[in-house]
Design a protein around this ligand. Structure first.
Ligand code: IFM
Length: 455
């Protein structure tokens, strides 16, 4: 039996987000979010569902905290629904919304679990979208005020603050391919949105630090290591393109106060930006974006192996047989996490790094005895934890790991069919059943080590 021990104090957690689990969409003064609007549009969500009820966590949070406690989690990463707190995005604060998070934070602390709070995990107040959403600079101003309101109320108890979850998804899926709310398909709008999200991160970080000077503040990026399918110059260029489009577009402004020149040139060449560059970047923006962070959160789900196709377009090459993919159609590739961590440490040196999401969708449900056996999920987490363990041995300062997700939840455009949870949820009855992966994760947390065959 081989054991991979993690450093003392390594933080073990699980993650969720507000729209994916809370439900109670119309309760206690919550305003409409872009996801409420989007999910109600014909054809947007694969199974025609929405997050209106989701896991009903708004009412069942006590039960969910008890589950977390039984798993011995040290931290819980969750997000706050902006429209619950400021229903119109700006202006009047909804005290009942803040009260909910107050109770949740107190409940977590009572259970010995650190609240790891994300301010924005994609549920923008619809009223702000009606005024331009992230394509408008005013949304960045509104976000800083929202961060101010929340940090004033919860700052005495929240352990760690994340401004945004996955800016690439906000800009690209929300405004370029339109797979996510608000469903826009316009590359120039996506680039303006990406900049305003980053700018709002910088302004929100300042607001939080003014209210809670000691608070650790960071951002969560989804990063994908890109490599060429062959050694051809064209394929190497496709990998460079992918890295610029997906990773460096966010890492470079955050850590080097500049956008990557080659990736900007790619966008100009495609007509997504004027030849003069980026009209929405104003004096002082990059300094605000690049202020020192207390940590970087990385969400990792896989790699991209790239080639240039015959039309001169970069495209990713499938690397695994179909029957080895997760239910999302994603390859399981733990080595990519090791390589990504080594590279981010070398080029940007964030410290510490948390793996703020990592997980896999598999549909395994209860058997006749009500047990959920999900060995592929256990293998997934074990493999990725071993990759992190190797990265730590190579000198990368990884300080914690959050499994995505605590619960089977609303997987955005896929609805409820993609199950990422350690805990199985019956979305009709709201029954929760911890899967075998939850028991395995608990054993791992308690041992502070990955033990082969610990199930
Ligand atoms: O469910 C999402 C989450 O909201 C953001 N990161 C990726 C997860 C799986 O797709």
């Amino acid at each position: 039996m081989s054991t991979a021990p993690f450093p003392p104090g390594f933080l073990w957690g699980a993650a969720t987000s507000s729209y994916q689990i809370e439900g109670a969409a119309g309760e206690d003064g919550r305003g409409e979010s872009i996801w409420d609007r989007f999910a109600n549009e014909e054809g947007r969500i694969a199974d025609g569902t929405s997050g209106a009820v989701a896991c009903d966590h708004y009412h069942r949070w006590r039960e969910d905290i008890a589950i977390m406690k039984s798993l011995h989690l040290g931290a819980y990463r969750f997000s706050i629904a902006w429209p619950r707190v400021i229903p119109a995005g700006v202006g009047a604060v909804n005290e009942a919304g803040l009260d909910f998070y107050d109770r949740l934070v107190d409940g977590l602390l009572d259970a010995g679990i650190d609240p790891f709070v994300t301010l924005y995990h994609w549920d923008l107040p619809q009223a702000l979208q009606d005024r331009g959403g992230w394509a408008s600079r005013e949304t960045a101003t509104a976000f800083a005020e929202y961060a101010n309101v929340v940090s004033r109320r919860l700052g005495d108890r929240v352990a760690t603050w994340v401004t945004h979850n996955e800016p690439w998804c906000i800009s690209h899926h929300g405004h370029e391919d339109g797979e996510h709310a608000p469903g826009i398909q316009d590359p120039p709008t996506a680039l303006a949105a990406a900049h305003h999200v980053l700018l709002s991160h910088g302004w929100a970080a300042r607001a939080i630090r003014e209210n809670v000077p000691e608070a650790p503040v960071g951002i969560v990026l989804n990063l994908t290591p890109a490599s060429p399918a062959t050694d051809r110059a064209e394929d190497r260029d496709a990998a460079r393109w992918m890295d610029g489009f997906f990773n460096r577009w966010f890492l470079d402004p955050l850590y080097h106060a500049r956008y990557p020149e080659d990736a900007v040139a790619d966008r100009i060449a495609r007509g997504h930006l004027p030849s003069s560059g980026m009209p929405f970047v104003e004096t002082g923006d990059l300094e605000a974006i690049a202020q020192k962070l207390d940590f970087l959160g990385i969400n990792y789900y896989g790699r991209a192996v790239m080639r240039m196709n015959e039309g001169g377009r970069p495209e990713s090459v499938p690397m695994a047989p179909k029957d080895e993919l997760t239910d999302m159609g994603w390859e399981v590739y733990p080595d990519g996490l090791h390589d990504l961590l080594v590279r981010v440490n070398r080029d940007y040196a964030p410290s510490p790094i948390y793996i703020t999401e990592n997980g896999a969708a598999y549909a395994d449900g209860p058997d006749a005895d009500g047990r959920v056996s999900d060995p592929r999920r256990i293998d997934f987490h074990r493999g990725h934890l071993r990759a992190i363990h190797r990265a730590i041995a190579d000198g990368v300062p990884v300080a914690g790991y959050f499994a995505w997700s605590l619960l089977d939840n609303f997987e955005w455009a896929h609805g409820y069919k993609k199950r990422f949870g350690l805990v199985w949820v019956d979305h009709d009855t709201q029954t929760r059943i911890p899967k075998e992966s939850a028991a395995w994760y608990r054993d791992t947390v308690v041992a502070n080590a990955v033990v082969n065959g610990s199930l």
